[in-house]
Write a protein that binds this ligand. Structure first.
Ligand code: SAM
Length: 275
């Protein structure tokens, strides 16, 4: 699907793209191929696509695998895709809000790969939800705003190091990242995008029952970035316990969350939870 195909299809279907739904459609075939390649798809891989749009990436994915599930929120696009791929038995199309779709759904996604050009507005919460799944997809190849890609790939003590780095990074490690120019999309977004490949950690950083406590420590720690982490955490635990836990992890009482590494957050959670 090139730029003209996209324009013509939108005209035929009388669809005006929605900003709120992050509908910036990819038309650059080289980029689409590069995204599919990053997923290293094998025929028997099960693939999940969030936000198939008009199906530009979908068609590349269908060339490579036998099983693809695509979740689209926009009814108009879902209707178009149902017609366009009517004969395609490999594709299961779902009309749903992906954010709600995963709620309370206890599916084992461990054998799945997620490959998506994500809508900007839901990319971060969706990635956090995916990383919170005990059995989430083993690989994520996602196109996100460049700035979000930088946060996913950030090191401590940098401006981009944030809640998102830790809440996704506790489960996934960055394998690759490449930049996508606004010219590759219709309509063109204002900023660059990043296609980032994340692989599930082969060795979990903590037992499953620590995931919720870890999330809550990280969220509190970053609730006010400029403040000292101890102040942010104070409401959540008795001060004595907090001080003992920070001392056990060798964390200065004046340290800010942005200087605390993933390993230190994991150790701190263990101390606060078990200690
Ligand atoms: N995959 C297409 C492409 O690359 O050209 C479209 C990508 S576009 C950035 C994002 C797509 O996600 C749109 O089709 C939009 O309607 C859909 N979308 C937005 N919010 C969604 C949600 N909460 N759940 C599922 N799909 C959503």
């Amino acid at each position: 699907m090139n730029r003209n195909d996209i324009r013509n299809t939108l005209d035929e279907e009388s669809v005006r793209l929605s900003k709120a739904l992050g509908q910036n459609l990819l038309h650059d075939q080289n980029v689409l191929r590069r995204i599919a390649k990053a997923a290293d798809l094998q025929e028997d891989d099960q693939v999940l696509e969030i936000g198939p749009g008009l199906g530009a990436l979908t068609e590349h994915l269908l060339e490579a695998v036998n099983e693809l599930t695509a979740i689209e929120k926009d009814q108009r696009l879902h209707k178009h895709l149902s017609k366009r791929f009517a004969d395609q038995e490999k594709l299961r199309l779902i009309h749903h809000d992906a954010l709600k779709y995963f709620e309370n759904l206890e599916v084992d996604w461990t054998n799945w790969k997620l490959v998506s050009n994500l809508p900007y507005s839901v990319a971060s919460p969706l990635l956090v939800d995916l990383a919170a799944m005990p059995k989430g997809p083993r690989r994520l190849v996602v196109t996100v705003q460049w700035e979000v890609g930088q946060r996913l790939n950030a090191q401590p003590s940098t401006r981009d190091y944030s809640k998102l780095t830790l809440l996704v990074g506790c489960r996934y490690q960055v394998k690759d990242i490449f930049k996508i120019s606004p010219h590759c999309f219709f309509p063109e977004p204002r900023v660059d995008s990043a296609c980032i490949t994340l692989d599930q950690r082969t060795k979990p950083l903590f037992a499953e029952d620590l995931h919720k406590p870890f999330t809550s420590v990280v969220k509190r720690a970053f609730s006010q970035r400029r403040k000292m982490m101890r102040k942010n955490l104070k409401g959540g635990w008795p001060e004595e316990k907090l001080d003992a836990a920070m001392a056990a992890v060798n964390l200065d009482s004046k340290i800010r969350a942005e200087k605390v590494s993933m390993d230190q957050f994991v150790m701190l959670t263990k101390e606060l939870h078990d200690g």
